[in-house]
Design a protein around this ligand. Structure first.
Ligand code: NA7
Length: 532
């Protein structure tokens, strides 16, 4: 008896940059694909994060797709760091240019998905009550998409307006004449605080941990630099792929300690003046030497002390943890904002927020009365979006149960016990430690080649072998524990989510090493995967 065919060859969950490119590649292969997307439009991260000042901190010409030469030659980026609006415009252009929309079902959340071993396909249940079957289920759910909504006592009783930066209302929020509280000083807080401060009557910032913020030096793109990048794209892209983060950042030397303080400070000054993430690559031993790291940490702390007029506030804003332990922030006028009369900083590092009252935020018995509460409290990173879907594999094994003590996946691409399930930039891949779009393209290309291989070899089922998965997870953890990132509390290790296992989420061995491993696995007939 022939088996019933599934509705689609593949279901893709999410229509951000990963889901869109996955759809494009699978369709090229001749597969029937259905993409489910919770939002009303494409863009993922850049659809949801509409908070004031939202922009990417990777240079515009490189935070973009490279699969289409025409696209990268023709698209005009207006600024060095594109705003959320420009990134969303780009995502819409890609969707229209490659006619992706007809295969995307918007405003449809995937609630659960279960593997049917007998039928040999996934059954995907969506919020509209429908059930869809597909041979492959591909998770393009994003690394920073599951919102961390803090559980403050009294939050629901707050009488004013409450917004999370990652679920910002379309059309924006008018802060004019309002008293505002921002809770959180990661990238979203750092970007939104200066913009809100310009509008609000009063702004209270509640800071649990001070972060390192490098000035962005954002500016319009010059036609000559655009022409030069376009003319050299293949070479520049290739060079970026050879570097640790998939971004090309020139390194000044192997060690910050091998040169004089004067020489080192000249380098730091030049990078501070240049702006952006390039600061993090000044010397190669920031992640391995505390003393080298401290030279950069102290340089930035001194910059902060120099910018902020009130020495006590300057000291509170100076980070205590090592440079790069948490994600580096890139901002515009961030520290300068604390010199404004309408801005106050409340340190909650030792006295956490007691509760939210109908009037405002209560810390140490004092209520800061506000009209608007902005939660810039981040995400349940990397695994959150996957665990929020009820994913059931072989023998009713649930992904969220398997990952109770930390994620276990092979190369961040597949999970033992979950046949024909792929993840794009899943845990154990370099993902958030790299330029996301090249990482997404690498995963999508790998998955496409894998499916192509299966089809040409008459295989219909693929699953990571338990041993291969175990040894990759051990490697990811070993490398993760060696990194300086293991020395503080950060979302890289899940520490920002109460109750989440403290386990490293991204692979910190670098993009080139990881890509080599993925390529070897494929070239050797998908070693570590069982194909039937
Ligand atoms: P982040 O970087 O996780 O920042 C969230 C901020 O919110 C951070 O300062 C947290 O303090 C703070 N936070 C979270 N929960 C609480 C509670 N319960 N009380 C007080 N403060 C809290 O998220 P972002 O959205 O800013 O940025 C995420 C990434 O997006 C970013 O790194 C870029 O890659 C793009 P903590 O540091 O945990 O003490």
């Amino acid at each position: 008896m022939t088996k019933k065919a599934p509705d689609f060859d593949a279901v893709v969950v999410g229509a951000g940059f990963a889901g869109m490119y996955m759809l494009y590649r699978l369709r090229e292969l001749g597969l029937s694909v259905r993409v489910f997307e919770t939002g009303a439009d494409v863009g993922g991260t850049w659809y949801w994060n509409r908070y004031p000042g939202a922009r990417v901190d990777t240079e515009t010409m490189f935070y973009s797709y490279q699969f289409s030469e025409e696209l990268q030659q023709e698209w005009d980026w207006p600024e060095r760091y594109p705003s959320q609006a420009d990134l969303h415009k780009y995502a819409c252009h890609v969707a229209d240019r490659f006619e992706l929309r007809p295969d995307i079902q918007f405003e449809t959340r995937v609630d659960s998905t279960a593997w049917d071993e007998e039928a040999g396909f996934w059954r995907v249940e969506t919020g509209d009550g429908a059930s869809t079957t597909a041979r492959y289920c591909i998770m393009a759910t994003g690394c920073l998409s599951a919102v961390n909504y803090p559980e403050f006592d009294g939050l629901d009783d707050f009488a004013g307006e409450t917004y999370h930066t990652a679920h910002w209302p379309d059309g924006g929020v008018n802060f004019t004449g309002k008293r505002v509280a921002v809770i959180g000083t990661g990238s979203s807080g750092v970007q939104s605080i200066p913009v809100i401060a310009e509008q609000a009557a009063a702004l209270h910032v509640f800071q649990r941990t001070a972060n390192y913020v490098i000035p962005s030096r954002n500016r319009p793109m010059e036609p000559e630099e655009v022409a030069e990048i376009r003319a050299n794209y293949p070479e520049l892209r290739a060079r970026a792929k050879k570097s640790f983060s998939g971004n090309y950042f020139p390194v000044a030397g192997p060690s910050a300690l091998a040169i004089s303080k004067e020489e080192r400070d000249r380098e730091y000054e030049a990078r501070w003046a240049h702006g952006g993430l390039v600061f993090m690559a000044a010397y190669a031993d920031f992640q391995t030497s505390d003393a080298a790291n401290e030279t950069a940490s102290e340089f930035i702390r001194n910059k902060i002390r120099g910018i902020v007029d009130d020495p006590e506030i300057g000291e509170l804003l100076a980070p205590k943890q090592a440079f790069l332990c948490k994600r580096l922030c890139v901002g515009t006028d961030y520290y300068e904002t604390y010199n404004r009369d309408n801005v106050s900083l409340i340190d909650i590092s030792e006295r956490p927020i007691d509760r939210i009252t109908p009037e405002g935020v209560c810390v140490d018995g004092q209520v800061y009365e506000v009209d608007v509460l902005v939660l810039a409290t981040g995400f349940d990173a990397v695994t959150g979006a996957l665990k929020r879907i009820d994913i059931k594999g072989m023998d009713d094994l649930k992904l969220r149960d398997k990952w109770e003590d930390g994620p276990r996946a092979y190369l961040g691409l597949g999970v033992a016990g979950f046949p024909n399930l792929f993840m794009i930039t899943g845990p154990g891949s370099p993902s958030v430690l790299t330029n996301m779009i090249p990482s997404i393209e690498q995963h999508v290309d790998w998955i496409t080649a894998c499916i192509e291989h299966m089809r040409s070899h008459d295989k219909i089922r693929i699953e990571p072998e338990a041993e291969a998965e175990k040894s990759w997870v051990n490697h990811v953890n070993e490398v993760g524990d060696l990194s300086l990132r293991a020395t503080c509390q950060s979302w890289y290790f899940g520490s920002n989510i109460p109750g989440k296992a403290r386990v490293v989420l991204p692979y910190s061995g670098g993009f080139p090493v990881y890509v080599r491993k993925c390529d070897e696995v494929a070239a050797n007939g998908y070693t570590g995967f069982a194909l039937d």
